[in-house]
Design a protein. Structure first.
Length: 429
């Protein structure tokens, strides 16, 4: 397929997402099934256009004075793929599969409008009701933080030190352009690429099948490291999901002690079994029934609560969720977070630690939640997480954000990772 067919395919997917209010992954999958002639490069290019469009949807629509799929698809070409209206017109001129030409009104708007005239939430490509939360979280730099969440993400991997050094894993992925990550101790990074370029399918690599690395955002690796899970400790990952942080902590413990991985959602937990086998992890017990944790009450050295959240820190990877987020969603997540903290806290031994993590950047889900929990539970106190950062990553490393000098917030703008919040609470007694 030439660019015209790819752009038309992306516009069709965007229109489908708008009409049926469905996740982007589902819409792309259905398009691929209906257009089996499209090669892997075509599907990757179409996916890139769709994701680029959704990341910057508001600002694209403002500059075009048009929020249609056709207008937003063309805006991607102009603003993110390096075409001018003239060069794009020339590229599409003799392509019979090219989309309907952009309206003269939209083209005139694009050539005359300035994004600096748009409302600030449009400049930041975030829902208008979220702006106050970003201002609260980031102060004068909130717009920079919001705009960084609209960029393309890198592909991040974690070297599995149970089977390979980072240097060995990087060498095995040399042809994919892998480099050592800047912060995470075992992190590996592959650049995002531009335009139609596609990221390599690293899970097809022999080194992946051998268990030398796992796919995991660098921010997720960092917060797993900050738990400071030690050899011989009893650790509970209370909202383990697919097990990324479980695997990272188990490796950090050198297969000594025990990590108990629990999640109430069995479907989310299911992939962990195969991942554990591939990684050569022997110190993890998997639980899908909370009753199986009864013997751990009051006995765990570390309990990690990777709480359900709005996922605002992952908007680069899941931009469609940005436009579906509502205040009702936020309220539901806040209630779930308090419930998870309360339930998980019963497993912490006196002197042990409760670690609260979200992949959100909203203070309502982060600082406000841990302060509320500490106020309501007098035997827990928030302790400073920054010394652990210095000991793990060095005082000269990129510094994370911290609103209170104790908790840590990672963001694309500050640490070049997904957005994560980290708080350590110690149980006194």
């Amino acid at each position: 397929m030439r660019l015209g067919g790819r752009l038309e395919g992306a516009i069709s997917v965007l229109a489908d997402i708008d009409a049926r209010k469905r996740p982007v992954a589902d819409a792309l999958k259905d398009w691929g099934l209906a257009h089996r002639f499209a090669g892997s490069g075509d599907r990757a290019a179409i996916g890139n256009i769709v994701y680029d469009a959704l990341r910057m949807r508001l600002s694209h629509a403002f500059l075009m004075d048009d929020d249609s799929a056709v207008a937003i698809g063309h805006a991607v070409m102009f603003r993110q793929w390096g075409f001018t209206p003239e060069t794009l017109a020339a590229e599409l001129a003799d392509d019979k599969f090219a989309p309907t030409p952009l309206s003269t009104e939209a083209l005139a708007a694009f050539t005359s409008r300035s994004l600096s005239d748009a409302p600030l939430h449009v400049q930041g490509d975030i829902p208008d009701w979220v702006q106050s939360s970003f201002e609260q979280a980031f102060g004068d730099s909130w717009l920079t933080e919001a705009q960084a969440l609209a960029g393309r993400p890198t592909l991040d991997l974690r070297a599995n030190i149970l089977k390979a050094t980072r240097e060995k894993a990087v060498k095995a992925l040399e042809r994919a352009g892998a480099k050592e990550a800047k912060i995470a101790r075992h992190g590996i990074r592959i650049a995002a690429g531009e335009g139609a370029s596609r990221l390599p399918n690293v899970t097809a690599e022999l080194s992946f099948q051998k268990g030398w690395f796992e796919v995991q955002d660098e921010g997720s690796q960092i917060v797993a490291d900050l738990v400071l899970a030690g050899d011989g400790e009893q650790v509970l990952d209370y909202c383990a999901g697919g097990g990324g942080k479980t695997l990272a902590m188990a490796a950090a413990m050198h297969n000594k002690g025990q990590v108990h991985a629990y999640d109430a959602d069995r479907k989310r937990l299911a992939p962990i079994i195969e991942r554990l086998k591939r990684a050569g992890t022997r110190n993890v017990q998997v639980h899908d029934d909370v009753r199986g944790l009864s013997s751990l009450r009051g006995r765990c050295d570390k309990v990690l609560v990777d709480a359900p959240c709005t996922g605002t820190g992952t908007w680069r990877r899941r931009p469609d969720t940005k436009w579906r987020l509502t205040t009702k969603n936020l309220d539901e997540r806040k209630a779930q977070q308090q419930d998870a903290l309360t339930q998980a806290s019963s497993f912490v031994r006196p002197g042990g630690e409760l670690v609260y993590v979200t992949c959100s950047v909203l203070p309502q889900e982060n600082e406000e939640q841990v302060r509320r929990f500490a106020t309501d539970n007098g035997d827990f106190e928030i302790v400073n997480a920054l010394p652990a950062w210095d000991s793990l990553f060095g005082k000269e490393s990129t510094r994370p954000r911290s609103s209170d000098g104790k908790t840590i917030t990672l963001t694309p703008a500050s640490t070049d990772t997904d957005g994560f919040f980290f708080c350590r609470l110690k149980r006194n007694g």
